[in-house]
Each structure stands twice: as C-alpha cells, then as structure tokens.
Design a protein around this ligand. Structure first.
Ligand code: SF4
Ligand code: SF4
Length: 479
C-alpha cells in the first residue's frame, strides 16, 4: 500500500461496548381476571405456610423447626437427626422431579405463580398500588419534582415495605429458632445475635430482590430460568400470542371501511398486554426467555376480547405444536402420554413411594456403639476379659423410650452398665451410656472378634407396647 493510500484510508472509529445495560423501572398495570385470581390464591396459600406455620405447636414444641445448633429438624412430631439426612435428600429429590415433571407439562407455572421472587415482587406491587395508585398515577408521581406530597407518599410506601421485609426476615429466622421466644426477645433486646443476623439478612434480601431488582433477578440471576428450556418440548404449555389470528394488528378507527376492517386481525393494538407485563416485554414478538409465565397478558387481552365481542384466547396457554397446526388445543391432554412426561412421572412416583415408605418404617431410635479407645482390654474382678464401650442413643421421637440392651458373640458373654429392665431415653434427646462387655479369656484370643449389640425399645406410655429392635455390629478386642 502506497503512502498516499495510507493517508486516505479512514481512521477506525472508536467503539464503546456497553457491558451493563441500564434497566428502566417497570411499572406494570394490574391485570384482573382468572389467572390474576389464581395467583392471589397461590400467594395466600404459600404465604400462609411461610408466615403462620412457624407459630403452630405440636406436642409442646414448635411444629416445624430447623434447629441447626442442636442438629435437629422437627416436622409435625417427626424429629430428624443427622442420621436422617437421607429423608431430606429424598424430599429434595421429590421436589426436583416434581418440578421437572410439571415444567415439562406446563412450562413456567412455578415462576408465574409460586416462586418466592414472583410472590414477593407481587406483594411489593400491591404496596405500590395501595400507596401510589395505578400505573399512570405511579408514572406521573415518579416524574414529579420532589414536594411535600411526594415525600409523604414515598415515606408511607417505604415504611410499609420496611414492615413487610422486617416481618418476612423475622419469620424466616423463626423457622430456625423458636419464634414464640424470638419475637418477644427482639423487643426486649435479648434476641440471639445469629437469629437477628438471619432475620436482618433475609429482610434486606427481600427488599433488594423484590423491591429493587424485581424482574432483573429472573432475567439475569435465576439459574432455573436458564436450564428449564431443556425440559421444554413442542408439547409443553407456553403462553403465546396467536399471530395468525391477531395479525395484521391495528386500532379500529372509525375512518376504516368494512373491507379494511375485514382484513384486519383480532389484535386491536391496545398494548394492554404490554402494560401489565411485569418483565416489560411484548408477548406479540414471540416466545422470549424473559417471560415468567405469569399470564397477566392473557387476562388483559381476554378483557379486551370480551369488550370487542371477539372470542377469548388471542393470547393463551397453548403449545408450539398447536401453533404449528399439528393438533388442536383440545388434544393437549392426549399429548401428556409422551415418553418424557411418563419418564419424569415414574421417577417422581417412585421417589414419593420410597420417601413415604422410608418415613413409615423409620426407626425413631438411633444407636451408635463407640469403642472406648482409652480401655482396649482389661481383666475384671471375675477374671474375664473386658472391653468398654459408649452407647450413643439418639431418641428421635417426642416421647420417652425405654431401651433394653443385649449382647452376643461368644458362648459366654456378659454386659455390665445397663440396669435391669433397661434405661430411659428422654424424647428428642441424645444420651451416652458407658457399658462393659466381658467374656472368658479362652473365647477371646488376640485380635478382634465380632460381637452384636441388640437394642429393643418401646414407649412406656403406650397401652400395647410395640417393641422395635435394632442390631449393631461391634468388635471385641481379645488378649
Ligand atoms: S391486549 Fe390483545 S388486543 Fe391488545 S395489544 Fe395485546 S394482543 Fe393485541
Ligand atoms: S409476557 Fe405475559 S406471561 Fe410473560 S411475563 Fe409478560 S405478562 Fe407475564
């Protein structure tokens, strides 16, 4: 390239790459209709569980309490100890497969109705509406310069938000610490630091996620939103705009002729579906990953269709295959028999059966035989060889249990340290009982010999004493 050419070639323009996309505050309009009502019901049900259940008592103790310092989970009379983690794993498996199964059938139902992010965002929107009014009033207020009225309204709103977030945080901590004691302790400045930190942390997170970040959490942070498309297929229910029916869209102007009106689709381009959308998208642009499946646009559009005397369902729950005319909406139920749905369903049913069976046959007494390392072997007064053990007994029930112990392994073997008729293991507690096992020296030559401890336990207050037996292996060290 000549020097002249080099001089003529244009200088490359400086390009600015935006790594952060500024987000405009979305002020959705409130949708009214079947799905909005359904969401209110689900919010009430889930929040009843969250806010009210910790206040229930069961057998004189908080019905549901995850007591992490004591390593005990109490669930309506069932006490789970660290050895029961398998049941919590089972519960997680059931929840996960339940979610996979449901997502394959009905898409983002969880996101749209029950996810805490959706639920708390909706609660914050209720407060917005209650204090600042409907969408147009909120938009107007935001544009207004600061004045006494605006300060009063914003202050009222933030006080309400603070109250909701604070109570949410306190309730959250109340799942992990006895709430009936924790709440009065807060007001007496006597609450434990750990519980206060948990309450403050959860309260701040509720405010940050549900009031400040809102749809940004679903768009950019939620991992479930990312991987759930892997569970979708062309028969999964999605919320979709029926473009064939709706286009060409347009307002019904009085100036239009009959022929022009006849050529138009059913969408009157009122943008109601966009105004109610909490993530600020236009469903008419097609399926978008930002859509959380809240169905607010269905309610909004159905209302318009009713006013226009058009059939409902321009925006509706449907499937990709229906939109491609592979079958009709009515045949959706038949498509539930597809391999993916059946596969997830079978695993889910098996997981539920396994979990229920495990819980029904679960031993409420956990025992651990721990060899006393300080005393390997010794000779007792009788001249027999003796080993010492500690029996760690965890009573994972609310009731006292009477525990009897036997030992076997040699033709002649004796157990010391356990009173006649057994010992008592108080409900929900762990006790350690030191015992001694002895045998005549001829049976136990040098090395390790297998022995068995047999624990039989029953609840002494039960009329009919149902006895349960647990066998634990141990070793006896010979001379
Ligand atoms: S609400 Fe219905 S009619 Fe109105 S713009 Fe949306 S799709 Fe069109
Ligand atoms: S597009 Fe419709 S269903 Fe999706 S988030 Fe917006 S309002 Fe909800």
């Amino acid at each position: 390239m000549s020097t002249q050419q080099q001089q003529k070639s244009p200088q490359p323009k400086e390009q600015v790459v935006q790594l952060y996309q500024g987000a405009k505050r979305i002020q959705p309009k409130m949708a009214k209709g079947r799905f909005a009502n359904l969401r209110i019901l689900v919010i009430l049900a889930t929040q009843f569980v969250f806010y009210v259940i910790p206040w229930f008592n069961w057998s004189g103790r908080q019905a549901v309490l995850f007591d992490i310092p004591a390593r005990r989970f109490y669930l309506f009379g069932i006490t789970l100890v660290p050895g029961d983690l398998i049941y919590l794993t089972g519960l997680l498996l059931v929840s996960a497969f339940g979610l996979f199964w449901w997502t394959t059938i009905a898409g983002r139902l969880w996101c749209g109705y029950a996810c805490p992010q959706t639920v708390y965002t909706e609660i914050m929107l209720w407060i917005d509406r209650l204090v600042e009014g409907e969408r147009n009033q909120r938009l107007k207020l935001d544009k207004e310069l600061w004045n006494l009225r605006k300060i009063r309204i914003k202050l009222t709103k933030y006080l309400l938000i603070f109250a909701v977030c604070a109570w949410t945080g306190i309730t959250f901590a109340g799942w992990f610490t006895p709430i009936r004691q924790f709440v009065p302790d807060i007001f007496q400045f006597n609450a434990s630091g750990g519980a206060l930190f948990a309450a403050a942390f959860y309260g701040v997170m509720t405010w940050l996620f549900a009031h400040i970040m809102r749809e940004q959490v679903c768009k950019y942070m939620c991992p479930y939103a990312r991987f759930q498309s892997a569970m979708f297929d062309q028969d999964t229910l999605i919320i979709s705009y029926d473009a064939e029916r709706g286009e060409p869209r347009g307002a019904r102007k009085k100036s239009l002729t009959e022929a022009q009106l006849a050529e138009m689709g059913d969408c009157i381009n009122c943008t109601q579906c966009v105004q109610v959308c909490p993530v600020g998208i236009d469903i008419r642009d097609g399926l978008q990953y930002e859509c959380i499946g809240c169905a607010a646009c269905i309610d909004a559009c159905d209302e318009i269709m009713d006013k226009m005397n058009y059939p409902r369902g321009l925006i509706r729950y449907t499937t990709e295959a229906v939109l491609e005319h592979k079958y009709t909406d009515k045949d959706f139920v038949k498509r539930l028999k597809r391999p993916r749905v059946l596969g997830y369903g079978v695993v889910l049913v098996l997981a539920v059966i396994g979990l229920l069976f495990g819980l029904a046959t679960r031993e409420t007494l956990k025992v651990d035989v721990i060899k006393d390392r300080g005393v390997m072997v010794r000779e007792n007064k009788q001249g027999w060889l003796e080993n010492a053990y500690n029996l760690r007994i965890v009573n994972a029930s609310e009731q006292e249990q009477v525990v009897e112990v036997k030992v076997s392994g040699f033709d002649e073997i004796a157990l010391g340290g356990v009173p006649e008729g057994g010992f008592k293991a108080p409900g929900g507690q762990t006790i350690t009982v030191p015992v001694q096992v002895s045998t005549i020296p001829e049976y136990a030559d040098k090395g390790s010999h297998p022995i068995k401890f047999e624990f039989t336990y029953h609840n002494p207050s039960e009329q009919e004493k149902t006895r349960h037996t647990i066998v634990e292996d141990a070793s006896f060290i010979g001379e």
